[in-house]
Design a protein around this ligand. Structure first.
Ligand code: UDX
Length: 453
């Protein structure tokens, strides 16, 4: 209560991890909490800093991350994350401590909500006696699979080799050993350090999960039993937050009028997310496969998609653009949520980052899964074998296989059945976010908890 009896908004500090697939859910959460009366500060790194323009109600504060250019361009994610956590700990603590000295009535911080990969934020909160809550931006299945990988590491079985790769993992249906999130990058010890830290809830009061009960319920029950603090599954958050751009790259909206001109349920949308990379040869095979499938396509060819090339558009094979003409649209970055919601779009070829997968599921769009690394392989298996709303393209990227996979999803009986199941699943996810649904109720419980701090 303020001095004149006015209820002042409580101030929350949100600490996103500096990757697109993590910034999006954190800003969506901020938008939801702001609409429920909280004031929001986003404390973020200079690397991959989010754009404040689209969120005028938030207070954006950049802190030095000390990341040298060569480390950023190395793409060695575990080392980058270790450095971000180590380098940002003091600046984050100083900035929040300063806020706690604020004379403004709502200047003091009620709670720090941090991405699981920004785990040092928990110790900042603890040392300043501020409650904290962790946000997990991935699936429960990935969380459990990561735990299993830690066990295999303890047993000296990682890196996995030989025939075991094709075998099913006991107790982790539908995963095979090769689907486990074992992307270590360069050093096993760095990978282990990150994964172990991400696992820990520490002194945090709760865990928020960007998933929804109807997708993951048996596993969710299991983790809820094991976790000593409440877990709130409030996803998919993009459906509860108004569509505001959270992109680091500028979306090319010219694809929307192009989609408007296409027939209903005719377009395959292709995007491998914000981090995955392919070789120039794979890009060419994708291109010729899309040309051969003879269906309209919208393809995101983002800068950096091809290893070692910045100007990736120039890497497209000669004659490809002319050959496909108006049937194919290529953009550097798309307004993905709008694209997936467009009535012309009937399929999504995706790397299966969790945001992309859940955005597709939430619109009833079936997927061709082409996971690239880490959790994407787990999600791909759930899409194909548990939710059964997609198929995985496992063979080598080769133009005939690409064309055949696209046609299988888009026009063949098997694909049409997947689309029917996807539409049905969309309905169940929608129920979860509606008033009275599981995510809606969990959001209310989360807000009650934060208000109680
Ligand atoms: C990364 C990892 O790759 C992923 O496995 C992990 O789950 C999260 O971090 P990313 O590659 O960014 O994720 O994929 P994803 O999780 O799908 O997030 C990408 C986000 O960018 C989505 O929200 C998507 O809507 C958005 N996007 C993507 C666009 O807005 N436009 C595009 O053109 C492509």
């Amino acid at each position: 209560m303020g001095s004149e009896g006015v209820i002042l908004p409580r101030h929350l500090v949100l600490v996103p991890c500096p990757y697109q697939g993590h910034i999006n859910p954190m800003l969506q959460l901020g938008t939801i909490l702001h609409s429920r009366g909280f004031s929001i500060s986003i404390i973020h790194t200079q690397f991959n800093a989010p754009c404040p323009r689209n969120h005028p109600d938030f207070n954006f504060i950049a802190i030095p991350d000390g990341l040298p250019d060569h480390l950023i361009s190395s793409g060695n994610i575990p080392v980058i994350l270790l450095a971000v956590n180590a380098n940002c700990h003091k600046p984050l603590k100083d900035r929040v401590a300063q806020m706690m000295q604020s004379e403004k009535p709502n200047g003091k911080v009620s709670c720090i909500i941090y991405d699981e990969y920004m785990y040092r934020a928990e110790s900042v909160a603890n040392s300043l006696s501020i409650p904290s809550i962790m946000l997990r931006t991935n699936t429960v299945s990935t969380f459990l699979a990561r735990d299993f990988v830690l066990r295999l590491i303890d047993e000296g079985q990682i890196p996995l080799q030989g025939s075991i790769m094709e075998k099913p993992v006991p107790e982790h249906y539908p995963l095979r050993y090769k689907d486990l999130p074992t992307t270590i990058f360069k050093s096993l010890s760095n990978f282990v350090e990150v994964v172990k830290n991400v696992r820990l809830v520490g002194s945090s009061s709760a865990v928020i999960w960007n998933t929804v009960e109807c997708l993951e319920n048996p596993l969710l029950v299991q983790v809820k039993q094991q976790c000593r603090v409440p877990i709130f599954t409030v996803g998919p958050m993009h459906k509860s937050a108004p569509q505001l751009s959270t992109s680091l790259l500028k979306e090319d909206y010219s694809c929307i009028p192009w989609l408007d001109k296409q027939a209903e349920n005719s377009v395959i949308y292709v995007s491998l997310g914000s981090v995955a990379c392919i070789s120039e040869h794979e890009l060419a095979e994708m291109a010729w496969g899309l040309a051969k499938c003879n269906l309209p396509f919208l393809w995101v060819v983002r800068p950096g998609l091809v290893r070692g090339t910045r100007n990736v558009q120039q890497s497209l094979p000669n004659g490809f653009r002319e050959g496909v003409g108006e049937r194919g649209r290529i953009v550097e970055w798309a307004p993905q949520e709008e694209v997936l919601a467009h009535k012309a779009v009937a399929g999504f070829w995706s790397h299966c980052g969790w945001n992309s997968a859940v955005e597709s599921i939430a619109e009833g769009v079936p997927l061709i899964c082409r996971p690239n690394f880490a959790d994407q392989k787990v999600t791909a298996r759930y899409v194909t074998h548990v939710w059964r709303v997609g198929m995985q393209l496992e063979e080598e990227l080769e133009r005939d296989a690409v064309a055949a996979a696209v046609r299988r999803l888009m026009v063949e009986e098997e694909g049409l059945e997947m689309r029917e199941r996807a539409v049905e699943l969309k309905g169940r996810v929608e129920i979860g976010t509606r008033r009275g649904g599981s995510s809606f109720k969990d959001l209310d419980k989360l807000i009650d908890m934060i208000r109680s701090f």
